[in-house]
Design a protein around this ligand. Structure first.
Ligand code: ADP
Ligand code: MG
Length: 583
């Protein structure tokens, strides 16, 4: 707990001056509040009996001045205090987002998007809520409480002691309900994450939902989450209602006691009439911070729970980082070597095992093999989306872990089967390949990817918005956009992972031409489902169960009796033939 508070306090450090300003004004404002009951006592007991209206008027003016000052202080506390909170919230959000960018594929493989979104939105909102009100809220509440109590003691000690019974009473309520509240808010957070995940998946997959006509099923799942959320939230409000009304009741109870006892002391002559009225007003000032503390126990646990999750997230170390000795490298144009490479996802079973291969610079190397053999995996080790768990990969004789991630990835272009496009314009999506590209360069990339006709046919040309994930484009058009991006990036190494597998034969042929042009002068790793597309590769690796089982040119592999490549090839050729025969 002190650890978490220390880390929370660290966010205040850059804003020390703002904090002090806010803090001092809040304390001053709290103290001024104490002036009013004292003034009333003096007014009734001293001023009123004299009958001097001049003095009375003067006192009124003085009081007005005090309130004016207090109003000014409150403006500062409200505006600058919130500014402090917003500054902290903004900084935390920036940090969280920056951190998100550093996390590796392995992390995202095991995360729910909704949870991550909640972390950057709802969590920070709740932390911000605490930060806005600042720790000074609590401090001021305690200050006013003590201040009022001292004056009460001074005015009438027995009465003050009677009023003090409220403190243990509310302290009990606070601790009793505070714990329950914290637990409930934590549960509620889980519910919100469930919600977000469900909505995300539903919106993202709405086409699948409707294609399977599973709307009713989705509705049921959502209704379940929705009602769980309701139940948890109601629980929170039950506690809140109980704690609020019990606190209210105990405060009023104390007030009535004070009224009774005070009246008795007045009749006994140990308390003046002015003192009695002033005391009642003081009791109000005394009780207000108690109400405040009560509201604090509602918001603070939420904020602290959120802050704890925020810290856990920040403490999540990225699996893949630059070695301290890593150096930026220029254009990578050496041979690619995999030496005894082994790999497993997380703690799963081994996916690659003792894999060796060499790809000469500028060559086209093709990977074929059954689905699940590990082709995608072995290619994703090259840009270090995952790190090898055994062995090493080097390019031009340098271990890829000795290069900075940024420079390594800057040297590799990837076109995959499913292209991810952002919900902007065609221009923005092409320019993602190189953010500082000029208009002419973007157009040139589009031309080389044979995207020009598509663009010309669009109503707004390059500025046409293509919808979320590019839904307004056909599969072939999306691939062309992905290719244009790589033309713009112009990396020396290219990975084509089943780039055309999802396309019809005609489109595939057209895209193949663009890919052939893209691969000119680049070391290319191509994963192909249809063997016909890789016959001209310089070298073909046949992958099976995480190992290279055959290697050679198409011509060599096809003649190998009993070879896996030959078998795969036969299946495809025969399959094609039987399709053509219509059998
Ligand atoms: P291929 O591309 O040859 O079809 P992959 O490299 O995609 O095969 O997959 C190889 C194996 O690794 C498969 O058994 C697959 O289930 C597993 N795998 C792939 N991606 C992940 C991942 N992100 N997390 C865990 N296992 C994975
Ligand atoms: Mg694959």
């Amino acid at each position: 707990m002190p650890q978490i508070l220390r880390r929370f306090a660290a966010y205040y450090r850059p804003h020390t001056r703002l904090f002090l300003l806010d803090f001092c004004c809040a304390v001053a404002s709290g103290l001024l509040e104490l002036a009013f009951p004292l003034a009333v006592t003096l007014f009734i007991d001293r001023l009123l009996p004299t009958g001097q209206f001049g003095m009375i008027a003067l006192a009124a003016v003085g009081l007005l001045l005090i309130y004016l000052v207090n109003a000014g202080l409150q403006v500062i506390v409200t505006y600058w205090g919130h500014m402090l909170g917003i500054n902290i919230e903004t900084e935390m959000r920036r940090k969280a987002f920056d951190h998100l960018q550093t996390l590796s594929f392995g992390y995202f493989d095991n995360q729910r998007t909704g949870k991550l979104v909640a972390r950057l939105t709802k969590d920070l909102e709740e932390i911000g809520e605490v930060a806005h009100h600042g720790p000074e809220d609590l401090f001021i509440a305690v200050m006013t409480l003590i201040g009022a109590f001292c004056i009460m003691l001074w005015v009438h000690m027995p009465l003050a002691l009677m009023a003090a019974i409220i403190v243990p009473l509310t302290a009990f309520l606070t601790t009793h309900y505070g714990q329950k509240m914290t637990e409930t808010w934590q549960a509620l957070y889980g519910r919100v994450a469930d919600f977000n995940t469900r909505i995300e998946a539903n919106v993202g997959g709405i086409r699948v939902v409707q294609a399977f006509a599973n709307e009713e099923h989705e509705r049921r799942l959502f209704a379940r989450d929705n009602s769980q959320y309701r139940t948890t939230k109601l629980q929170a409000y039950r506690y809140m209602a109980a704690s609020m009304s019990l606190t209210y009741l105990s405060m009023r109870f104390v007030q009535v006691i004070i009224m009774l006892a005070g009246a008795w002391f007045v009749t006994q002559g140990s308390l003046s009439a002015g003192g009695f009225v002033g005391f009642l007003l003081l009791v109000n000032v005394f009780l207000r911070p108690i109400e405040k503390i009560n509201s604090v126990i509602e918001t603070y646990p939420k904020g602290i729970a959120g802050f704890q999750r925020y810290l856990n997230f920040l403490d999540q170390q990225p699996d893949i980082v630059d070695r301290p000795t890593a150096r930026p490298i220029g254009r990578l144009d050496g041979d690619i070597l995999y030496r005894q490479v082994g790999f497993r996802y997380g703690s799963g079973r081994s996916v690659l095992d003792g894999l060796n291969l060499t790809i000469r610079a500028g060559e086209m190397a093709a990977f074929v093999g059954p689905s699940g053999a590990g082709k995608t995996t072995l290619c994703s080790l090259l840009p270090r989306f995952y790190d090898v768990t055994a062995g090493a990969i080097s390019i031009g004789g340098v271990d890829i872990r000795d290069m900075t991630l940024k420079s390594l990835r800057g040297n590799i272009g990837i076109v995959q089967q499913d292209v991810f496009l952002f919900a902007g314009s065609i221009r923005e999506n092409i320019a993602y390949g190189r953010l500082d590209a000029t208009e002419a360069e973007i157009r040139e990339a589009a031309r080389r990817a044979r995207l020009e006709e598509v663009i010309d046919a669009m109503p707004q040309g390059l500025d046409t918005v293509i919808g979320e994930r590019g839904v307004k484009l056909s599969g072939g058009q999306k691939q062309r956009l992905a290719i244009a991006r790589i033309f713009l990036k112009n990396p020396p190494i290219l990975i084509l992972d089943e780039a055309t597998s999802a396309l019809d034969t005609e489109t595939e042929r057209a895209i193949q031409a663009s890919l052939a042009e893209l691969s000119v002068g680049r070391t290319t790793l191509v994963i192909a489902h249809r063997l016909a597309t890789i016959t001209r590769a310089d070298r073909i690796f046949v992958v099976d169960r995480g190992r290279i089982v055959e290697e050679g040119s198409h011509a060599a592999l096809i003649t190998r009796e009993g070879g896996l490549y030959r078998r795969l090839h036969q299946v495809q050729v025969e399959g094609m033939a039987s399709l053509l025969e219509g059998t």
